[in-house]
Design a binder for this molecule. Structure first.
Ligand code: IPM
Ligand code: MN
Length: 358
């Protein structure tokens, strides 16, 4: 077996509740396959601000650098959403760790489990067979460009900026992935209006020359948002910038039935960082009803991408599939036909997946 160090950062809100299950699944895999996984825990976000005044304390960053992979939960708190004047904010922790660890490529696979075909608000015949892999650039764009506010508070701006090297490195990763899939890549931008997008498109066109076996398409973000629910099957790999990718993947989560199903992997320089795409969900925090499957599927991505443990990763995905086939549902993926006894809370759902792992 392999020996690995995993840092768990539950973060805020339901992050605490769901990450517990991602971790339990990793422990079960270690036991089943005789691997040695050691776990450490770090704080980030609102909980870290409360404890230290800093959304990403140095101690957490040091622990992150010393680990082989990171399992993260969620970030955010209603207090900040309702008060935009607060200067120290939970999200700064997440943005900083992405930048510090060089996590420039955010992979968001959108795959519908067969049994959730009717959980989505999109028609089953539109969804069936959809399988998309998003590459969202994660350390550039308007997220990290210069921020300004005029002294009299009458205007504010965020600079949308991309550097050639930033586009090139993620484009290469996306093309490599497309080669192992259906060999189609759609790059999404707003090159009809934005200069940063025109550079993006130019660079992608250059990189495309090295991948003549992959069919390249360029699409404007507004059109892509529409095509995504009109005909999701037309997409294979989608490559896009930080902001467009943030928006488009929340939309795409509806193809998988719920945000509660979607995992993501952020990779780049060295360490991999794995997290659900959903947020801290203050409205359901502490109620024990959050869907733990996105965290469990994040653990599956971690096993595959950071540790190269493909068989173990598949085993986790099969356990999730089996749990859904047995009819078990959390609230977000239930429908009006789901009988009460199959409607589970976070812990009961996590426990079913563990049973199916063994
Ligand atoms: C995400 C989240 C974050 C983002 C927030 C919490 C900063 O929405 O991971 O998609 O915008 O990147
Ligand atoms: Mn988001």
């Amino acid at each position: 077996g392999v020996t690995k160090k995993i840092l768990v950062i539950p973060g805020d809100g339901i992050g605490q509740e769901v990450t517990a299950w991602g971790k339990k699944v990793l422990e079960a895999i270690a036991a089943n396959y005789k691997h040695t996984f050691s776990f450490d825990e770090g704080i980030m976000g609102h909980v870290a601000i409360e404890a230290t005044g800093n959304p990403l304390p140095d101690e957490t960053l040091d622990k992150a650098r010393a680990s082989d992979a990171i399992l993260f939960g969620a970030i955010g708190h209603a207090k900040y959403d309702n008060d935009p004047t607060l200067k120290v904010r939970p999200e700064q922790g997440l943005l900083k760790i992405r930048k510090e660890l060089g996590l420039y490529a955010n992979l968001r696979p959108i795959k519908l489990f067969d049994d959730l075909l009717h959980a989505s608000s999109i028609k089953p015949e539109i969804l069936q067979g959809a399988d998309i892999l998003f590459f969202r650039e994660l350390t550039g764009d308007v997220y990290f460009g210069e921020k300004k506010r005029s002294d009299d508070r009458s205007s504010a701006s965020d600079l949308m900026i991309y550097h050639k090297y930033e586009v090139e490195r993620i484009a290469r990763k996306a093309y490599e992935a497309a080669r192992t899939r259906r060999k189609k890549l759609c790059s999404v931008d707003k090159a009809n209006v934005l200069e940063a997008s025109r550079l993006w498109r130019e660079v992608v066109q250059e990189v495309a020359k090295d991948y003549p076996d992959v069919e390249t398409e360029h699409m404007f973000i507004d059109n892509a948002a529409m095509q995504l629910i009109k005909d999701p099957k037309r997409f294979d790999v989608v490559l896009t910038g930080n902001l467009f990718g943030d928006i488009l993947t929340d939309e795409a989560s509806q193809i998988a039935g719920s945000m509660g199903m979607l995992a993501s992997a952020s990779v780049g320089d060295a360490i991999g960082f794995y997290e659900p795409i959903h947020g801290s969900a203050h409205d359901i925090t502490g109620k024990g009803i959050a869907n733990p499957l996105a965290s469990i599927l994040s653990a599956a991505l971690l096993l595959d991408i950071s540790f190269g443990l493909k068989e173990e990763s598949q085993r986790v995905i099969r356990a999730v599939d089996a749990t859904l086939r047995q009819g078990f549902r959390t609230m977000d993926i239930a429908n009006k036909h789901t009988p009460n006894e199959l409607l589970l809370g976070t812990d009961a759902m996590g426990a079913k997946v563990l049973e199916n792992l063994n």
